[in-house]
Design a protein around this ligand. Sequence first.
Ligand code: ATP
Ligand code: MG
Ligand code: MG
Ligand code: MG
Length: 439
Amino acid sequence: MRLSRYFLPVLKENPSEAQIVSHRLMLRAGMIKQQAAGIYSWLPMGFKVLKRIEQIVHEEQVRAGHIPLLMPTLQSADLWRESGRYDAYGPEMLRIKDRHDREMLYGPTNEEMITDIFRSHVGSYKDLPLTLYHIQWKFRDEVRPRFGVMRGREFLMKDGYNFDVDKDSALHAYNRHMVSYLRTYERMGLTAIPMRADSGPIGGDDTHEFLVLAQTGESEVFFDDRVTTLTLGDRAVDYDDREAVAAVCEEFTTLYARTDETHDAGLFDAVPEEHRKVARGIEVGQIFYFGTKYSEPMGAVVVNDKGERVPVHMGSHGIGVSRLLGAIIEASHDDKGIIWPEGVTPFHAGIVNLKQGDEAADAACEALYKALAGVGLEALYDDRNDRAGAKFATMDLIGLPWRITVGPRGLAKGVVELTSRRTGESEEMTPEAAVARLV
Ligand code: ATP
Ligand code: MG
Ligand code: MG
Ligand code: MG
């Protein structure tokens, strides 16, 4: 993309409404625009990152054997009356009437709807296990929408639902979700710690939240800091192998890590003092096993191998897709701007032309731009007639992992400059070598 033809409405001033760094940087980098409290337009740069995050979420869900579909944002109130949640849910639910006076709602979550789909089409244990998920907009009329996309009212969530014939099989689905989530967050450059949590209004027996440590996080968390060094890395996990999947979960959930809701001071005291940490965290996901809570009242039953009709065991598992943008920026920025992890960056590299209009510089930039595209890397080429300082400031603000600086002086020596946004280190090399380095 050539910056002269892009739409990147960068703000020079710090927006006064933003209280935390990720919100401030998303506004300044022209990623989002607020349309109403907690409701945002996703401008091209923000939209690009959102799509990359979505893509990683999809890939890891499919890898775990989960199946994508798409349910609508609007739901009928009657469905929620069946589970008893229409009245129970409270003012966070946006309730709407259509022209025929039928009661509708903008979905805050989809347990009822997915259970309805299931009961309409599945009747035998032979069709199980089954996990369906979607990535869809949700609406929750939060009392205090704030911190930009971190606590929006309209927000994008991946929510998945497993259907299993018994508890053991449902717990395997729970564990599969835990492992796939760990991999998802790692690919985004995040350390998200699974913490034992409280089941709250969805209700359930087993639940973990995934928290990214950040001072601006809304949850207070207590943990053994050795948990922050665990990584999944490249190891292959066979998602069909119950023991193997359970072993990974065990590894990640044995050290003490809890949110304030389930914190147990007695157990925490047993953690060696030098490892005992109290901090704040951002909830970027949560997994639940809740058994037959919805399948029983809504009649989602299957015939088991003994010929008996039994309600299915279910769980629901969510990732805050739009919140993740904020969480990633909270975890990865400096005083100049965002530092995108390679896994989610909107462009792989920025090209800065120090002397727009100089024949050699223009030609070298064009050649670089094409060479990068040729190896599948998308560059953002700053081809505007602007001061070098201003171009550098924009690149630092928007946080692309690499910057290639091209100017007449370097070109006379046959080199360009490759700069890492994270370390700030620069190196001179031929344009070919710079492309080779980024592949
Ligand atoms: P919170 O405790 O932050 O209100 P929640 O526990 O109510 O979140 P869940 O029902 O577990 O949320 O939804 C799954 C995920 O969706 C959360 O882990 C979070 O990442 C994301 N999420 C929830 N509410 C919002 C919101 N208002 N804005 C953006 N993301 C949200
Ligand atoms: Mg909430
Ligand atoms: Mg929560
Ligand atoms: Mg939650």
